[in-house]
Structure formats: structure tokens, C-alpha cells
Design a protein around this ligand. Structure first.
Ligand SMILES: O=C1NC(=O)NC(C(=O)O)N1
Length: 311
């Protein structure tokens, strides 16, 4: 038998799988469905200070090898998720993570202060990478801005926290961002990657884009992004000091989950596949991962975590 459990930053997960923020996590009903599934944890939709409708629909589309989305941070507002976290059974339940994505630094600080004051056992994932707010750049692509935001955040929020990063595509950028992140000891994990921003899916029959916002541009997920996600997990695993890397991007079976952990991931999030298949994907991916480990002779995740071979 194999042991899929992972304990990190004070949370204990029976298996390393949970939802990617944004998928099946905007309402309490959706969050409860993830909690009731075979997922090892759950994370809320990135919240803003005030409730948001988000971008005009259609704003999500399945694509031949993944998905495209420009949701625009539709969410119930941070109080809703704070209330959910206050009512949540942290002892008996699965670890609950809260994603925060303020429209401004002030909003982020106000929300983080509220989560701080509530003194809850959930971990915060600060989203530095939403690619779908018209006119707003992804903070994670501006190293100076990222450093400034994190400097202000740690003055207000003293507990361990994580950040959701956009994908990087250049070794210099990996090094620059790692250097910024390494200067914040209380930043204890990074989630790599958010969707690959501003891709374009075209429907040949209609000769049209497939989502309404931003002329059809949106964040790309699914099979398309697996190599990029694995590279980001690997590089930050290699470059960060004493931090965890959470893998996200292209996970649709035990195979990709195994790859993310081999690249160094502590745990693994599922986005597009969860959106398309539903919460049953967690039991399937969990069982596939267990079978793969059994086949390869690994008893625990630690037996192979980060042990990607190079040539
Ligand atoms: O950070 C985000 N990443 C995405 O791919 N989409 C959502 C969104 O648009 O709300 N946010």
C-alpha cells in the first residue's frame, strides 16, 4: 500500500490534491462539494474587498487541449469567504486555504488584516497573477511592484502565507522573482502557475473568438500549459530557500500529478480538469497516482518528491 499523505505548514492532507483557486470554489455550496470529495484540501475563489460580477459572458470556454477563461474575479467579496472560514470545521475537516486578490494594495492589506484578526488556521494564497482584469497588469510580472506589495503585506500579515504566481518563461525572470521571494521569510509557499495569460482560442467554423472579454484573449489552462507549469515548479523548487512549491497546471491524471511532485511540488492543484469533469476527478487522480507509485515502488510522496533526473 502507498501513503499519499502530506503534512506541511501545519496542515495535514490525506492526499496532495486540491482545487485550483477559481474552480468550484466561489460559493459555499461549491466549496462544500470539494470538501466532500476525495480532495485533500480546498481553496476559495480569489476574493476582492467588495463582491464582483466579473467580466461579461461567455468568459470560459473548453478548448481542444484545455481551456481559456477571462472571468474577471467574480466573487462574493472577502467577508463571504471570511464567514465561511469562521464557520469551517478546521479540526475535523480538510485544510482550507483562502485566496486573496485585491484590486489595489490597500484592498489587499485591508483583507489580510481582517483575516489576521480572525486568527483562523487557514493559510492565505495571495494572488499576484490574475491576467483578466482589463487595464490591470499582472503584479507578478513586475518585480519591483511584487517586492513592494510583499513588503507592505508582511507588515500587516505576520503568519506564514503563499503567493499564486504567473508563469515565467525566462531563466533571468525565474532568478529575479526568486530573489524577491527569498527576501520574505514568512512567505512560505508559492503556487506555480496561474493560467498562461492572454492566449487566443479561435473557433474555425464560426471564425470567431470563443469568449467575450478583451477581444477573446484569456488565461490558458489544461494540457497546453503542463510543460510551462512543470518548468516553473522545478525552477522555483531549485531557487527558493525553505519554501514549498504547489504545482498547478495541466493536471488531469495521476501521471501529471506525479510529474509535478517529481519536479518538487509539495501538493498539486487541479483546475481545468476539475471544471470539466467535476469533483469526481479527485478520487480518480488520487487512485491513478497511488497505482503509479505502487508500480514504480514508491511508498510515500517523499520517496520521489523533487527527484527529477537530469542528464
Ligand atoms: O487569477 C486568475 N486566473 C485566471 O485564470 N482567472 C481568474 C479570473 O479571471 O478571475 N483569475
Amino acid at each position: 500500500a502507498v501513503d499519499l499523505s502530506v503534512s506541511w505548514l501545519g496542515v495535514n492532507m490525506e492526499n496532495p490534491l486540491y482545487n485550483a483557486s477559481g474552480v468550484m470554489c466561489r460559493s459555499r455550496e461549491e466549496l462544500d462539494a470539494v470538501a466532500a470529495s476525495a480532495a485533500g484540501a480546498l481553496i476559495t475563489k480569489s476574493c476582492t474587498l467588495l463582491p464582483r460580477e466579473g467580466n461579461p459572458e461567455p468568459r470560459y470556454a473548453k478548448a481542444p487541449h484545455g481551456s481559456i477563461n477571462s472571468m474577471g474575479l467574480p466573487n462574493a467579496g472577502y467577508q463571504y469567504y471570511l464567514d465561511y472560514a469562521k464557520a469551517y470545521d478546521h479540526q475535523g475537516g480538510k485544510p482550507l486555504f483562502v485566496s486573496v486578490s485585491g484590486m489595489s494594495l490597500e484592498d489587499n492589506l485591508e483583507m489580510l488584516a481582517a483575516f489576521r484578526d480572525a486568527d483562523l488556521p487557514c493559510l492565505v494564497e495571495l494572488n499576484l497573477s490574475c491576467p483578466n482584469l482589463p487595464g490591470k497588469p499582472q503584479i507578478g510580472y513586475d518585480f519591483e511592484a511584487s517586492s513592494h506589495v510583499l513588503s507592505e503585506v508582511v507588515k500587516v500579515y505576520h503568519k506564514p502565507f503563499g503567493v499564486k504566481l504567473p508563469p515565467y518563461f525566462d531563466p533571468v525572470h525565474f532568478a529575479e522573482m526568486a530573489s524577491v521571494l527569498n527576501s520574505f521569510p514568512s512567505l512560505k509557499y508559492v503556487t506555480c502557475i496561474n493560467s498562461v495569460g492572454n492566449g487566443l482560442v479561435i473557433d474555425l467554423d464560426s471564425e470567431s473568438v470563443v469568449i467575450k472579454p478583451k477581444g477573446g484573449l484569456g488565461g490558458i489552462g489544461g494540457d497546453y500549459v503542463l510543460p510551462t507549469a512543470l518548468a516553473n515548479v522545478r525552477e522555483f523548487y531549485r531557487l527558493l530557500d525553505d519554501k514549498h512549491v504547489i504545482g498547478c497546471g495541466g493536471v488531469k491524471s495521476g501521471r501529471e500529478a506525479f510529474m509535478h511532485i517529481l519536479a518538487g511540488a509539495t501538493a498539486v492543484q487541479v483546475g481545468t480538469c476539475l471544471y470539466e469533469e467535476g469533483a469526481a476527478c479527485f478520487a480518480r487522480i488520487r487512485d491513478e497516482l497511488a497505482a503509479l507509485m505502487q508500480e514504480k515502488g514508491y511508498a510515500t510522496l517523499a520517496d520521489f518528491r523533487g527527484k527529477l533526473k537530469t542528464m
